[in-house]
Ligand binder design. Structure first.
Ligand code: PLP
Length: 390
């Protein structure tokens, strides 16, 4: 069982930071690794040829371990989720299929890529909107997504939890249905990987794309992607020297090389060896592997449980635990609350979270504790319509 890990971070104790879905704070070790990386270039002779390759390999190994892939070469270094998705989109062929399925109000980086492909290849984008219901929303949303997948489906692009309200998607079931109909499954793991287990052997997704600055606790401008066998012979969106075979032979780089390195290596961004980011990511992944995503998930559940029960008693709607993330969930305040008053109260109490659509998004992590949720609860108690001022 994890205990509170706030000592490993430098958060200001005067703020209640419940917004990891916006951006994680740096671990102290990650900050130190970044500073060491900056300093290294002040003496460039300390950067050796192997530093272009070995740290990248180590990061890939750690990420592969985190998602339980036995093949670290299926991991690519990307600068943003949009880049990882663009590599997928570039290699999509309609093969006579008719549609791409996405859940409603998906994050824009996981929408624009498909909009473009749909135009080019005359495909329909089928958007499965969040059901407008009072109860069992995520359960029914999952059923509707499953029902929509059929022999005409080329690809399903989604996430493990919805970025705005944490609705949990059953990827195992969705993988089974997509496999049945020979459709690809592409997952944006930015809002889940690191804090919610995803095992690519158990759920063999075709691609898993993650920006690193949220639940992976890495730097902004960096990310990691897993590409399955469907992309082994694909074309990357750019051609850089380091992704070609024998790129470690610096003397022979201008003997241009037609072959890529194997598996997903071809999809990594130019200057992937970034001596600052790669060290930061290495440290962050080491810490996540030590904690484990399941333990992070359990920890977030434990510290929020009691406040959630009280918030429901006050009239707020929060999805049942089985159908949402514990590290990211939406709260719909309902008629008992004025949203403007709530916002003001959050500001006064220095409770930091985000509003996404009609939901208040609550996104804890291991630096939070139960007391943080009590302060959140206090905000609601103070502004509830008709609340006694005594
Ligand atoms: C689900 C999801 N994917 C991706 C991103 C970031 O996308 P990108 O790396 O393309 O800026 C975010 C940012 O909020 C997100 O919520």
């Amino acid at each position: 069982m994890l205990t509170c890990q706030k000592d490993k971070f430098s958060l200001d104790p005067n703020f209640i930071y419940l917004n990891c879905a916006y951006m994680s704070p740096n671990l102290k070790t990650v900050e130190a690794a970044g500073i060491a990386g900056i300093k290294k270039k002040s003496q460039p002779y300390l950067i050796r040829e192997e530093d272009f390759f070995n740290p990248v390999k180590e990061v890939k190994k750690r990420f592969a371990q985190l998602i339980n892939s036995p093949e670290a070469e299926r991991i690519a270094i990307i600068p943003a989720a949009s880049y990882g998705l663009a590599n997928v989109a570039k290699n999509i062929k309609s093969k006579g299929k008719k549609n791409i399925i996405i859940p409603g109000e998906q994050f824009p980086s996981n929408y624009y890529a498909w909009e473009q492909i749909a135009k080019e290849q005359d495909l329909q984008i089928k958007i499965i909107s969040r059901p407008n219901l009072e109860k069992n929303v995520s359960k029914i949303w999952n059923e509707q997504i499953l029902d929509a997948i059929d022999e005409h489906t080329l690809l399903v692009a989604m996430s493990h939890v919805h970025w705005a309200d944490g609705s949990l998607f059953n990827l195992k079931n969705i993988r089974a249905k997509t496999t049945k109909h020979d459709a690809l499954l592409v997952i944006d793991g930015t809002q889940s990987v690191g804090a919610l287990p995803l095992d690519v052997q158990e759920v063999p997704v075709d691609a898993l794309i993650c920006a690193s600055y949220k639940y992976l606790m890495g730097p902004y401008g960096f990310g990691l992607a897993y590409y399955g066998p469907a992309f082994d012979d694909g074309k990357p969106i750019e051609d850089n020297w380091i992704n070609r075979k024998h790129s470690d032979d610096f003397q022979n780089l201008v003997n241009y090389q037609p072959l890529y390195q194997g598996f997903a290596n071809r999809y990594s961004v130019g200057e992937q060896s970034n001596f600052i980011f790669i060290k930061m990511m290495y440290e962050a992944l080491g810490q996540l592997l030590e904690w484990t995503p399941q333990a992070v998930q359990n920890y977030c559940s434990g510290i929020s449980e009691s406040a959630i029960a009280s918030l429901r008693e006050l009239g707020c709607t929060i999805e049942d635990q089985a159908y949402r993330g514990s590290h990211l969930f939406g709260l719909r305040p309902g008629h008992n609350f004025d949203m403007e008053a709530l916002k003001k109260q959050f500001e006064e109490e220095r409770v930091l979270l985000s509003l996404r659509g009609d939901a208040i998004r609550i996104a804890p992590n291991v630096y939070n504790e139960e007391a943080d949720f009590m302060r959140l609860l206090d905000c609601f108690r103070k502004v509830k319509k008709g609340a006694s001022i005594y």
